[in-house]
Design a protein around this ligand. Sequence first.
Ligand code: UD1
Length: 368
Amino acid sequence: MPTILHVVGARPNFMKAAPVYFAFREHPSVRQVLVHTGQHYDRKMSDVFFDELGLPEPDHNLGVGSGSHAVQTAEIMVRFEQVVRKENPDVVIVYGDVNSTIAAAMVAAKLGIRVAHVEAGLRSRDLTMPEEINRILTDRITDWFFTPSSDGDDNLRAEGVAADRIFMVGNCMIDTLVRLLDRAKRPALPGLAERYALVTLHRPSNVDEPVMLTKIMKALENISTDLQVVFPIHPRTRQRLGGTRWGSPDAWGRLLLCEPLGYLDFLGLQKNAQLVLTDSGGIQEETTFLRIPCLTLRENTERPVTCEIGTNQLIGRDMDRAQHEVGRILRGETRRGEVPPLWDGKSGERIAQILMEKLVGLECAAGN
Ligand code: UD1
């Protein structure tokens, strides 16, 4: 009986792992082990997603919590190695580009266990982003690459990965969105207007520098004179806002700031928004699928398909331009975009199918 070990740690991992986990349930010959590193640990950053997505309790929670990149990555490695030795999986599946992804991939590869990477091949070419380092390094030691879009295949081939190890399967995060979209309603947020812009910010490049954070908050205040601005605040951003005048609710004015939301509430907000302003990776993809205009407050993206055929626009850190583009969107001057190929809710099934074939192939080779 093959053993598949999934590793999740931070909020965006959960939506990607759920469809793969569920698809393997259709293969009764498989034993699945779910490991949560504990990189995210607050109920609103973790447990609520397990509940809403229907994921079971993890078999192992490593409880690593927060820390510097080195501390967090090292803690995950030390604790994960013990789990891998105990469970002896045939393949370790890692998701996305967070510290848990690279930490688990390194442990598995060094123990001689095959690594499958879901959301492989994405590149921003910006090494100031910790996620870009995680992506590149994870893909150096991955055996089977599952890409969400053809740019991922191109990047991997250009880096010398053999074509027969790359599988374009579509977008697992969109699988979860497709499954739960009907259940996602406008949340009952006190004061929520009929029309609003939805904002999320958590990238260190935007929120860790007080000058940049202040510039963004002032621009959001300007936008809120025309359109309500709803802003569920990531814990990192909340800490940073504490050092500014927006640390106190008295200063929020027409900005609707709230705690991080669960998956269904956030999806309900996204699908009913006039537009979204974000620096998240996943939200660039979700808005493309939902055909909601998205302004991304970053200089680059590892998800170019969302700009080329979706609804996403890179705004950089130019907040005058952001305000100008908000005006264009409200006047209906932007395009609706298209949904990229294979973003159809079936990516998890494709991954399970391909990995089953690979594992059976390995068993046969070992038996011969
Ligand atoms: C991490 C990922 C990022 C992803 C994001 C999604 C890395 C390098 N970064 O960034 O790619 O887009 O998750 O949210 O892996 N905190 C809490 N409660 C929690 C988790 C974090 O209060 O449950 C606070 C802690 O003070 C922590 C800070 O948020 O120091 C940052 O958390 P961390 O996991 O280091 O990075 P994120 O900014 O969340």
